[in-house]
Design a protein around this ligand. Structure first.
Ligand code: FES
Length: 162
């Protein structure tokens, strides 16, 4: 075998080794991507009913309730604190608004005398129907789905898949 043949064989061997490593790397990336994209936790969109309190403690005036909610964004589980405002509508069913201002997320309060929700951060005002009555909030308060089971009021939060 001539020296030029040896050099050609070595080049072929090195080329084959590089192709093998590149193929392995590509397969590894594809496997990891598939595992990431098909993860059931990531694909899951959680809709949880959170107990707010006994129906009997609520009346026609809004009452603020502070909740601790376990949230899962697909990678981390954490506990969020959320305030909701609950009252009983004319038909006795619970009406619930998120207590988070739609401007920059401060927690609102219910002002019984003026019959408005007020935001302490930038003066946002919301009516008892959640509509914007003043200040910078761009949209109404978020109305939350509520239900009653066995005398307990539940609200539903939607945790979007990330
Ligand atoms: S955060 Fe409520 S008005 Fe700005």
């Amino acid at each position: 075998m001539s020296s030029s043949d040896e050099i050609r064989d070595r080049r072929s061997a090195v080329t084959a080794l590089i192709a093998l490593l590149a193929g392995g790397w590509t397969a590894g990336v594809a496997l990891l991507s598939g595992a990431f994209l098909s993860s059931p936790r990531r694909a899951q969109k959680r809709r949880d009913d959170i107990a707010v309190g006994e129906l009997s403690i609520f009346g026609p005036e809004f009452q603020g309730v502070r909740l601790r909610i376990a949230a899962d964004d697909g990678w981390y589980e954490r506990v969020e604190q959320q305030t909701v405002f609950v009252r009983l509508a004319g038909n006795g069913s619970p009406e619930v608004f998120s207590g988070t201002c739609t401007h920059l997320g401060c927690t609102i309060t219910w002002n019984v005398g003026d019959r408005v929700f007020t935001c302490p951060c930038h003066g946002g005002l919301f009516g008892p129907d959640g509509s914007v009555k003043g200040g910078p909030p761009p949209r109404p308060l978020t109305r939350l789905d509520a239900s009653v089971r066995d005398g307990i009021v539940y609200v539903r939060f939607n945790f979007p898949a990330s």
